[in-house]
Design a protein around this ligand. Structure first.
Ligand SMILES: NC(=O)c1ccc[n+]([C@@H]2O[C@H](COP(=O)([O-])OP(=O)(O)OC[C@H]3O[C@@H](n4cnc5c(N)ncnc54)[C@H](O)[C@@H]3O)[C@@H](O)[C@H]2O)c1
Length: 277
């Protein structure tokens, strides 16, 4: 019970990593505000949390919209009376089949060309195929969402003498892999913002850290074709993708006193696909 009596607000908690973190926090004694744009799925995660620790609730929150975030925090105060832990987890990847296919086929052609040893003749166009709307949405959900939630949480945490913020970065934020330039930029921005938050919050007891997972089996990866996922597993020293519970344990560590001297840091559960520090 590492989080006994704690109150956590988690974004994008209706699925994948967010849901797994919510359940692990509840299993450790926390009451969780399970927020998501998918209200029904959020409600069912909250119900499962309540079986572990009574008092978790769910509510709608579109992190890309500051008024939705404000409303969700007002609801959090009514329901849980405050916030000890904020997990900025909500996220998306592109799902447009044409965009995905253009990237996947260029990447496959490049692999074949490089194996033939005659240089790359097919070029990726993942930047030039992005529309204003696609780029804007990626930034809004990831970077703006993280900013909006931190802006609401920090004064509350300061008033109560501290708190912990955990931002979901990605392998892509540090080691730009091909085919997702805006996702890489958004995640890199989140990791820089985490360090800025850590510096600013330290004087009033807020610790801010990020998690930068590698490739993890969640519904987020459903649009990615199987060949690409097999290739990723082959390139990973541990020869597989990770599981949501292997990321949730990092989120528990960063939320608990076990990480009491960690701030501005990045934990990277990634099977060794990227070894940075
Ligand atoms: N799965 C991976 O391989 C992987 C790797 C590194 C980082 N991540 C990051 O982890 C986080 C969680 O991803 P996941 O794999 O659990 O994906 P997921 O698709 O299973 O869950 C994402 C959740 O975010 C919600 N969401 C989407 N847009 C939202 C918005 N505007 N406001 C609020 N909620 C919104 C979705 O409804 C969904 O419930 C994301 O930030 C993702 O970028 C995932």
């Amino acid at each position: 019970m590492k989080l006994e009596g704690q109150r956590a607000f988690i974004t994008g908690a209706a699925s994948g990593l967010g849901a797994e973190i919510a359940l692990l926090y509840a299993a450790n004694g926390a009451r969780v505000y399970v927020s998501d744009i998918n209200e029904d799925a959020a409600a069912s995660v909250a119900a499962r949390c309540c079986e572990l620790t009574p008092g978790s609730v769910s509510g709608p929150c579109d992190v890309s919209d500051s008024s939705s975030v404000k409303a969700a925090f007002a609801s959090l105060l009514t329901e849980l009376g405050g916030i000890d832990i904020l997990v900025n987890n909500a996220g998306i990847i592109h799902t447009d089949p044409e965009y995905l296919e253009a990237n996947a086929s260029a990447m496959k052609a490049q692999i074949e060309e490089s194996m033939q040893g005659e240089g790359i003749k097919t070029h990726l166009r993942s930047i030039e195929l992005l529309s204003d709307e696609m780029f804007d949405r990626m930034m809004r959900v990831h970077m703006y969402g993280t900013f909006y939630c931190c802006r609401e949480a920090l004064p509350l945490m300061r008033e109560q003498g501290g708190g912990r913020i955990i931002n979901m970065g990605s392998l892509m934020g540090a080691a730009s892999l091909t085919g997702a330039p805006d996702y890489c930029a958004a995640k890199g921005a989140i990791m820089a913002f985490t360090r800025a938050t850590a510096r600013e919050g330290a004087s009033y007891g807020v610790r801010a850290n990020a998690i930068a997972p590698g490739f993890i089996e969640t519904p987020l990866l459903d649009p990615v074709d199987k060949t690409t996922l097999d290739l990723i597993a082959m390139q990973t020293p541990m020869q597989r993708l990770g599981t949501a519970s292997e990321v949730a344990t990092s989120a528990l560590f960063l939320a608990s006193d076990d990480s009491s001297f960690f701030t501005g840091q990045v934990l990277a559960p990634n099977g060794g696909i990227y070894m940075s520090q």
